[in-house]
Design a protein around this ligand. Structure first.
Ligand SMILES: Nc1nc2c(ncn2[C@@H]2O[C@H](COP(=O)(O)OP(=O)(O)O)[C@@H](O)[C@H]2O)c(=O)[nH]1
Ligand SMILES: [Mg+2]
Length: 248
């Protein structure tokens, strides 16, 4: 592996049973990574556990925030610190082991060979979701098809949370100026990279649903994402076309 500096942001809310295997597997997958755990005052004590792991393993720090502020906000904070510290590649990974840390080198390799954004994708050939119920899979799959249609981006998995960003593209898209949380955040970031002319590569992954702890996904998060996608698509296509017509 080359010497790119890789920063990993791990958002956590009540992941006490997952954080230890996660950081150990991350270290095994890529020993040089720097890990930032962004914890939103998890009642189960995830932050304390992460700190203890940092003392043992090194190169792990914990950003403790006062209250649950959402996934998008956690990533905005994590990426900003990584960029300020001069890291080259920013990884996003869920703490619940749905994303296999062993895939980190493949995501980093995609950035090294030219991608500005490498998405760990469930819906390209080779990708899979082995253990989701049919309804959950259908919601995610068709939600993604809808997002791609509205936004006109040829990406199969815009809601995916397992990603690697080149630091320079994050700076170019003003990621700190995004507002959405949940899946909306992943879609907004993908769309901004596409609009900025960034190169996006989908790297096939297997997404295994969590075994421990519980999901924070809610209908509110799904509804936010779908409403935002509809609005962005309308704003950027219909309104722009109307303005162009009015100007000519
Ligand atoms: N810091 C922080 N992390 C969060 C928040 N909501 C979810 N997470 C973390 O984000 C990741 C994905 O959340 P999860 O509940 O597994 O969502 P799902 O995979 O869509 O069901 C996990 O690591 C969660 O602990 C939040 O409000 N703040
Ligand atoms: Mg999950």
């Amino acid at each position: 592996m080359s010497n790119v500096k890789v920063w990993v942001t791990v958002p956590t809310y009540n992941e006490i049973d997952n954080i230890e295997p996660l950081v150990r597997q991350l270290r095994d997958a890529m020993p040089s990574v720097h890990i930032l755990v962004v914890d939103d005052n998890s009642p189960d004590g995830t932050a304390g556990k992460a700190q203890a792991l940092g003392a043992e393993l090194g190169d792990i720090e914990v950003l403790q925030r006062p209250k649950k502020m959402g996934l998008g906000s956690a990533y905005r904070a994590g990426h900003a610190i990584g960029i300020a510290r001069g890291y080259d590649v920013m990884i996003q990974i869920d703490a619940d082991l749905s994303h296999d840390p062993a895939d980190v080198p493949r995501l980093v390799a995609a950035v090294e060979r030219g991608a500005d954004l490498a998405i760990g994708s469930r819906y390209v050939p080779g990708g899979s979701v082995p253990n989701w119920p049919k309804r959950r899979l259908a919601l995610s799959y068709w939600g993604n098809r809808y997002a791609a249609f509205c936004l006109g981006v040829p990406i199969r998995d815009t809601t995916a949370g397992y990603r690697a960003y080149r630091a320079s593209i994050l700076e170019a898209i003003d990621f700190a100026g995004t507002h959405s949380t949940g899946y909306g955040f992943q879609i907004e970031m993908t769309y901004r990279v596409a609009c900025a002319g960034g190169t996006i590569e989908e790297v096939p992954i297997a997404f295994t649903d969590r075994v421990r702890g519980s999901s924070k996904m809610s209908w509110r998060i799904v509804a936010e994402a779908m409403l935002l996608v509809t609005w962005w698509g309308f704003r950027d296509r219909v309104l722009r076309r109307r303005r162009r017509r009015a100007a000519s």
